[in-house]
Structures are given as structure tokens and as C-alpha cells.
Design a protein around this ligand. Structure first.
Ligand code: AMP
Ligand code: MG
Length: 315
């Protein structure tokens, strides 16, 4: 349910409890971190994550950062390593995001990772963010709390200026620190800088014994041992399919006879939540995948964007 007005919560125990409660219900709450205000949704709940995209009006799905309360919490969702340990010891809580191999059965929605087998995790330092994550005891996906294409919010007023009526609540704890994004380090292969940000590289390099790979401008993330930037099924994908052709499996939408259905009711939010899990599942059949037409409205745009990339010829 999208409220008419976004509820304003102050960062006291009652406000934190209410914010956690909304998140448990799969609703969206913006909250302060030391970088910017994040637009939070339960990372285990695909429909909550889809609602983040809808509220921001993002035209495409890219992986989101899962915010957790501690190293122990992170370890429930990712495969930990010595390098992760060294960086976490020094920089968590703080503006450092680590991308690590996803742990099977951790329960994070595949919409958070956009279908990748890695997950970005971070323990924020902001006391209100930490208190909220501790109360909730769940991973929270949280991109910046602004409409797509607008600048990141560093106050609750900025959040409301962009998202009033589009999210359930905003937890206000005054202006955030710097407004700088987190530094992102990929640790699924050779340690690699994926995005510069709030933690300086010198410290990271020394913690890793100078083994940090800095990508050249334009260098793809597909080098051996590196991270793929986008998930795409191995199978070929055919869009706007009204019916199956020889050998194909059909990924349906709405009332259609098919192998798997993104949303039998034609609900775009549900379809977004199911998209990557369905593609992975159908890809196992090693048959070409046909996909029903998806309306080019709301979240349908982001779904179609991802499907078009999956259908594009690959080198
Ligand atoms: P934001 O939440 O908007 O600060 O941005 C999240 C950033 O993390 C994006 O630039 C993503 O591409 C990056 N990211 C998140 N998860 C992954 C992942 N599994 N692999 C590589 N990059 C990631
Ligand atoms: Mg942003």
C-alpha cells in the first residue's frame, strides 16, 4: 500500500520500533546513514525490493547494497574471507561496501543482486542506521532515497521533497555526514576497486598488503576471477512471445499457459520480484527462453530493460 503522505518518524525508541515494524511488513522506510539517506526495504522480500525500484522510478535493475548490523549478520548472507575480515576489522562500521560470493540459502532476494551470485554488504556507522538494523535483525537493501536521476538526499526534508507519498515513512535524524557514497571493493576474485567513495584507498591498500586492483577506465568487470556486471541467462531469450515455438520454454506474464509465470495476475511488482529467480530456473532447462509481452509502464520498463539485455546478441 502506498500512503498518500509519507509518515515522519523521529529517531527515538518509538520511531525506531515503528520503522522496523514497517520494514518487517515489506514497506519502505528512508533512514539516515553516514553517507546519504537510504531508501530501505527488507532485502529478503522481493516485493519490497521491487517497490524500491518503483518508488525511485529507476529504469533498470542494478544490484543494491544490503545493509547489516554486524560482521556476524553479514556472514549469514555471504561467504566470508580473510580479506573481508581484514577490511571489516579496520573499516566497519563505516562507508565501505564489500562484494562477496553469495551464500546459498541465505534468503536474500535475487532482485537485490540483480541475479548475480555475489552480494554487496555494508555495516553503516550511523547510530540510527545501526539501531534500526539491530532492532530489525534483517538485511536492508537501500539505495539513495531520491527519485532516479536526482541528487542524493542528506536530510529528511530532501527525502520528502523527492519521495513524499511514494514511501511509507522517513526516519529523521538530522543531516547526514558527508553525502559521499561508500567505497565498494569486489572480493569475489582479485580484490578490485569497484567504486571510490568515503573510505580512502590508501587505507584499503595497506590493509590488503597492496593487492588492490584498480581498473583502467572502461575496463570491463568480466576479466577472469572478476565480477560480472550483469546477470544474463546462458540460453537465448525471445521477447514479446505470444506462444511457444519449437523447443522453447515460456516465461509467462498474466493469464497464459507457460512453464513459469512472473505474475499470473499481471502484477508488475510481483513480476519484478520473480524475474531473476525465474530466469535462473528456466536457464537450467538448457532450452531457449521465450517471454510473454510485459507492458512498458511502471516497473515493466525496468523488467523489459533487463530482458532486452538478456535477449541482445552476446559476444
Ligand atoms: P548504491 O546503492 O546506489 O549506492 O549503489 C550500489 C552500487 O553497488 C552500484 O554501483 C552497484 O553496481 C554496486 N554493486 C552492488 N552489488 C554488486 C555486486 N554484486 N557486484 C558488483 N557491484 C555491485
Ligand atoms: Mg543514488
Amino acid at each position: 500500500m502506498i500512503p498518500y503522505r509519507t509518515e515522519y518518524l523521529s529517531a527515538d525508541p518509538a520511531g525506531l520500533e515503528q520503522a522496523a515494524d514497517y520494514l518487517r511488513q515489506g514497506l519502505l522506510v528512508a533512514f539516515p546513514t553516514e553517507t546519504v539517506y537510504g531508501l530501505g526495504g527488507d532485502a529478503r522480500n522481493g516485493e519490497a525490493v521491487a517497490a524500491i525500484y518503483a518508488a525511485k522510478g529507476r529504469p533498470s535493475f542494478n544490484p543494491l547494497i544490503a545493509h547489516v548490523s554486524s560482521v556476524e549478520a553479514a556472514q549469514r548472507y555471504v561467504k566470508w574471507s580473510d580479506e573481508a575480515e581484514r577490511l571489516a576489522e579496520q573499516f566497519w562500521p563505516g562507508p565501505l561496501t564489500l562484494v562477496l560470493p553469495l551464500k546459498a540459502g541465505g534468503g536474500v532476494s535475487s532482485l537485490v543482486t540483480a541475479g548475480l551470485d555475489t552480494l554487496a554488504v555494508r555495516v553503516p556507522a550511523h547510530p540510527t542506521a545501526r539501531a534500526l538494523l539491530k532492532t530489525l535483525d534483517a538485511p536492508v537493501a537501500a539505495p539513495s532515497a531520491n527519485p532516479s536521476g536526482r541528487i542524493s538526499p542528506t536530510t529528511a526534508a530532501h527525502v520528502l521533497a523527492g519521495l513524499d507519498g511514494r514511501i511509507t515513512a522517513v526516519l529523521d535524524d538530522g543531516p547526514c555526514g558527508v553525502g559521499l557514497e561508500s567505497t565498494i571493493i569486489g572480493l569475489a576474485g582479485t580484490p578490485t576497486l569497484l567504486r571510490p567513495g568515503g573510505v580512502a584507498l590508501e587505507g584499503i591498500e595497506s590493509a590488503l598488503g597492496n593487492r588492490l586492483h584498480l581498473r583502467e577506465p572502461g575496463e570491463p568487470l568480466t576479466a577472469p576471477g572478476q565480477l560480472l556486471s550483469h546477470y544474463a541467462p546462458d540460453a537465448s531469450v525471445r521477447l514479446n512471445a505470444e506462444s511457444q515455438q519449437g523447443g522453447e520454454v515460456l516465461l509467462g506474464f498474466g493469464e497464459v499457459v507457460c512453464d513459469m509465470n512472473l505474475s499470473p495476475d499481471g502484477n508488475l511488482n510481483e513480476a519484478a520480484a520473480n524475474l531473476f529467480a525465474c530466469l535462473h530456473e528456466l536457464d537450467k532447462s538448457r532450452r531457449p527462453i521465450a517471454v510473454s509481452p510485459i507492458p512498458e509502464i511502471g516497473l515493466g520498463k525496468a523488467i523489459n530493460d533487463r530482458l532486452r539485455r538478456a535477449a541482445a546478441p552476446r559476444s
